[in-house]
Structures are given as C-alpha cells and as structure tokens.
Design a protein around this ligand. Structure first.
Ligand code: ADP
Length: 600
C-alpha cells in the first residue's frame, strides 16, 4: 500500500503569546505572591503585630532619654524618679529585642512550613502533568522553580514583613511624638526627605523600559556567546575566531555604552540623594534648626535634643525600605514562576475509568499538534496486534516519536483516538495505563544506585533470579558480570555504560515490569554492530506475547519484524513486511538502497 508522499512542510512558528506590559506583569506577580503566602497569612499578621509593638517599645529609650535629661537638669534631682526612668529605658530596649525576636521566630517557622507546603504542592502537581511536558521542559526549569524560586521567597516570608514593620513604625511613631512636641520640630525632622524623594523619582523615571533594554542586551550577549561556543570547532578549524568574536564584541560594546549612558548620570544624582539622608547633613540641619527654634523660644532645649535623636533614625528607615522593595520584587517574580508551574494544565483523568479488554492497540484517525495550529500527525490509523512487533521508520522529524509516545499518553491527541483493548487511553486510569504500557525511550534515565536496583524499578518485588533473567533477555547480563561488583555496581561510579548498554539495562527493566504493551525508541547514536545484533535479539524476546511498537533508526535491526510502517511528514506513506516493502520498490526500498549503499 503506497500513498502519495506529501511535501514536508516546515513547522509554522508558534503563535505569539500576548506579552504583558510591565504593569500587568507586576500586578500578576503581586497576585501570585499573595496567593502563595495565604497559608501563612495568620502567622505573618501575628508577627507584624509583635514587630509593631516591638518598634513602639523601641521608642521608649528615645523619649526616656529626653525625660532623663529634664530630670537631671532641673534640681533638686529626684533619685527615685531618675531610677524609674532608667529602668523604663532598659525595659523598653529589652521588650523591643524580645518582641522583634519573637516576630522573627514566628515568620521563620512560617517560612519553613510554607516551603514544605509549596514543595508538596509542586511535587503533587508534577505527578499529574502529561509526561510529554517533561520532555519539552528541561529538568532545569523544574529545578529552578523547586529550589531557587522557593528559596527566593525565604527572605520575603521570614524577614520582610517583620523588618518593614519595624522600619516604618519606629520612625513614624517617633515623628508623631516630635510633632506632638511642636509641629515645626516635626517638619524639621523630615526636612531633607523631599530632596531625597525628588532625586529618587528622577532616577527611577523610565526604569522599567531601561530594565527591559538591559535584559535585551543581556540576551544578545548570551546568544553571541552560545553561538561562538557551539561553533567553536568549526570557527577554529577555519581560522575565523576573530570574526566570530566580532558579534560578541559588538553586543558587549553596545551593552557597555548603553549601561554607562544610563548609569553615569544616575551616580551623581544618587550621591546627592544619599547625602540628603546622610548622618552629617541630617545632624547639621536638625541641630542648626532646633538651636534656632530654641533661640526663638518655640521649643525647649530638651525637645530640640529629642528631635535630633529621632531625625537621625529616619534615614536608615528609608534605606531599609528601598532594600525591602527590591527583595519584594525578586520574591514576586519567583512567586509568579511558581504559580505558573502550579497552573500548568494537568492531564485530565476520567471520572469513571474503564478497564481495557486485551492489549490490542488501535490508532484511529489520529491527528496531533504541539502548538494547536500545525498538525505534526495527520489522520493516522494503525492497528498493533498483540504478539506482533511494528516498526516505525521515516526521516527525522517525520513524527515517529510523537506517534509512539501518544500510546503511553505523553500527550493527548488533537483529534481521533488511541485505544488499548478497545478503550480510549483518556478513559483508562493512569496507574492502569502504566501497568499496561511500558516504554524505553532514547534518553534513558538510569538512577544513581546499583544496577540491580535500576532493573528492579520495573517491579520492586522481583527476586534476584528474575532480575538476572531479565538482564539475560535484554542481552546485558554478560556486560554486567564484567563490572567490578557485578549487579551491585553503582551506576555512574563502577558502572559506566555506553548509550546502547544503558538502553539495554532499561529494556531489562521494561522486561521485568512485564507490561503487555511496549513502546521502544531504539538507540542509534551508540549502536555498534555488536549492540545492534544484541538489540535485535532483545527485541525478539520482548515481542513474545506483547504488543510492541519500536521506533527504528537503523533498518537492519527490523528486517524480521511483523510490520514496518513508513512515516513521512506526519503521514503513513507505506506499510508491510521488509520483503513486501522491498519488492514494492517505493519509499522503503529507496531507504534500504541508501542504507545498503552506505553500508558498503
Ligand atoms: P521523529 O521522531 O520522526 O524525528 P518527531 O515526532 O520528534 O519526529 O517530530 C515530529 C515533528 O514535531 C517535527 O516537526 C518536530 O519539530 C515537532 N516536534 C517534536 N517535538 C516537539 C515539541 N515538544 N514541541 C513542538 N514541536 C515538536
């Protein structure tokens, strides 16, 4: 059976996702942060109250000192009253330390609890995602979210609320007190703030656009580095190192001039702004001003001293707040990444799962698209009978892996259905599906542990004899016995396998799991003639009584299979046995001829 070979079309570009404006993104980030922090909201509020009380207690020494001065400067000195004031000052300091310490302890416990909750949520969610999601999303992204992003939240949950509360309540309380003494003193205490605010506002204008430009610059530099490094062998061989450097150099130079144009004027402004908050300037203004106020008879010298003490605290607060705002921004973008991961659609599970009858696999009018616009499989219909091996062949990108992984439901079909034992895979409970469908894919995952443990993953209760039998059938037993330690050799330490060998270990695992349906992606890059023969033997063993679908990259390993299906451009263009297809003189015969030519 031969159908017309369709023209291979290049995959259409992914539809552009609507890009958020910085403001929309910031809003989403804030919402994500609020949603993630919900489980520890009560604890955070409690800690904020404790921190606020602690900050108020921290005001006692300021007021107490002024009080003390009044008592000492107005004879006769009342020893009892002075002692009481001293005790109040000490108590205020002690209470402040106690309350702030308690607040931080509460938030640290909350942080530990929140991290555990989030890790559990992420793990549970990952367990429900389609397996195909994992091949598209490198483990790097999962790791970033599960480790870094959760850790980024630490500062916010454990420190931010408490420290910000303390940083705000102390100066605001102090300022209110100063205003209560005299409104002119209050104004004097915040006299330098308007300069700082104006300078800061000037520095921050166009901040988001500049940050976007900066990120674009970084991306350009990274791209240039990647390009340079990935082509380094060719570049060196052809003596083009200098020219290749040029792309990187121009990206780096552009970035350098952009950055210095942006930052240089800012440094001057920043210096002026910092001066407005620096201790000497604040002290000079407060002292000068309050001495003049005293001379005018508006305030007493003691009130003036109180103002100076409190005015000196305000700048540290402003600085703490700007650091805090930065920490909050970092945590908010981490929170959004976590929420996005948690919102990745799960694989829908049937409410009333059905049990397949038998292990016949049927693809019925299957269409599939990764991006929702371009089909990479068009109307595929195929039946895999139990006890037979079906091999998929075709050029790279023809859809072999996509088709094969639809059987263990790595993705759901866009149209049509994949059925096992007459039941749509979407109607089969996931556990039942994995009991029935095993798979050995190209990127074999061997876990750190002994060889025996790795094979035993297929069936945790298997006996040693069963493990040996599986390894023999997978043609890997001899190789294992040659390892120092044999089956107890640890993968990655005593046991260093080639790609083909690792694949045979995972075939042994699949054999032990004994699933009636098996999807196998044959390893290619590593297949030396010896492994090839071994894989062929392993394949025949596997097939006995099973429904096997194998993605074949080398035609020689599949000459004996029951049926060969030739895919091209996401369509079946031919199918039959090796003999039938060779005689048909079509697509497969041409591939075979090329292969033979290559072999000679
Ligand atoms: P083969 O296994 O025959 O090499 P694939 O099934 O890997 O072919 O790929 C078929 C088509 O689907 C190709 O055009 C490929 O670019 C595209 N494709 C494969 N995997 C993905 C993916 N995760 N996301 C988007 N497109 C993909």
């Amino acid at each position: 059976m031969t159908t017309a070979v369709t023209e291979r079309t290049a995959p259409a570009p992914l539809p552009a996702a609507p890009v958020d404006t910085p403001r929309q993104r910031a809003r989403k980030e804030a919402a994500a942060l609020a949603e993630l922090r919900r489980p520890v909201r009560g604890a955070t509020m409690l800690a904020v109250v404790a921190a606020a009380l602690g900050a108020v207690a921290g005001l006692v020494p300021f007021i107490g000192l002024a009080q003390l001065a009044t008592q000492l400067l107005a004879p006769p000195v009342d020893g009892g009253a002075v002692l009481l004031t001293v005790w109040l000052i000490v108590a205020g300091l002690g209470l402040r330390g106690l309350l702030l310490g308690t607040a931080l302890a509460i938030t640290h416990f909350a942080d530990v609890r929140l991290q555990a909750i989030l890790r559990r949520r992420i793990t549970a969610h990952l367990g429900k995602l389609p397996l195909g999601w994992f091949s598209e999303n490198s483990s790097g992204r999962v790791r970033k979210v599960a480790q870094n992003d959760i850790t980024e939240l630490h500062h916010l949950v454990a420190h931010h609320s408490v420290e910000m509360t303390a940083a705000i309540v102390l100066p605001v309380g102090g300022l209110l007190y100063v205003f209560s003494l005299d409104w002119r003193l209050g104004l004097l205490a915040i006299g330098t703030l308007p300069f700082y605010a104006a300078a800061y506002a000037w520095m921050m204008r166009g901040y988001q656009e500049k940050m976007d430009q900066m990120n674009t610059g970084y991306a350009r530099i990274s791209a240039a580095i990647v390009e340079f490094v990935s082509g380094i062998a060719v570049v060196k061989a052809y003596g083009r190192a200098r020219r290749s450097h040029a792309a990187y150099r121009s990206a780096a130079d552009d970035f350098g001039s952009f950055y210095s144009d942006w930052v240089r004027p800012m440094l001057t402004i920043e210096a002026i702004a910092s001066m407005a908050l620096s201790a000497p300037i604040v002290a000079v203004l407060s002292l000068g001003g309050s001495i003049w106020f005293v001379a005018q008879g508006w305030v007493t010298p003691i009130e003036a001293m109180t103002e100076v003490l409190i005015a000196m605290v305000i700048p540290t607060t402003v600085l703490a707040m700007s650091f805090g705002a930065q920490a909050r921004r970092t945590a908010a973008s981490a929170a959004l990444r976590i929420v996005e991961l948690l919102e990745t659609p799960e694989l829908p599970v049937a409410a009333q799962p059905k049990l397949p009858e038998g292990n016949r696999v049927e693809l019925d009018g299957v269409r599939f698209s990764y991006d929702g616009t371009t089909d990479v499989l068009h109307d595929i219909s195929l039946v895999l009978e139990p006890g037979t091996i079906t091999a998929l062949v075709g050029p790279s990108g023809s859809g072999k892996s996509t088709l094969a992984t639809l059987v263990p439901r790595f993705h759901d079909v866009t149209a049509g259905a994949v059925r096992i034992g007459g039941v749509d895979v979407r109607q089969i409970a996931p556990d039942e599906l994995y009991r029935r469908v095993g798979f050995v894919l190209q990127d074999v995952q061997l876990l750190r542990g002994t060889v025996a443990d790795n094979i035993r993953l297929g069936r945790p209760d298997a006996t040693d004899d069963e493990i040996l039998a599986a390894a023999r059938a997978a043609q890997i037993h001899d190789r294992i016995t040659k390892l120092p330690g044999g089956y107890t050799a640890v993968i990655g330490e005593e046991a260093l396998f080639s790609g083909g060998e690792a694949q045979r270990v995972s075939i042994a695992r699949a054999l032990l799991a004994d699933t009636p349906v098996l999807v196998l992606d044959e390893a290619t890059a590593f297949a030396d003639p010896e492994s090839e023969a071994a894989i062929q033997d392993a394949l025949s063993t596997l097939a006995a009584g099973r429904t096997v679908l194998v993605i074949a990259h080398r035609l020689t390993t599949i000459t004996g299979v029951d049926r060969i299906v030739v895919l091209d451009g996401g369509e079946i263009v031919e199918q039959g046995t090796h003999e039938q297809l060779s005689a048909a003189d079509g697509r497969y015969a041409r591939m075979w001829a090329v292969h033979e030519g290559g072999a000679r």
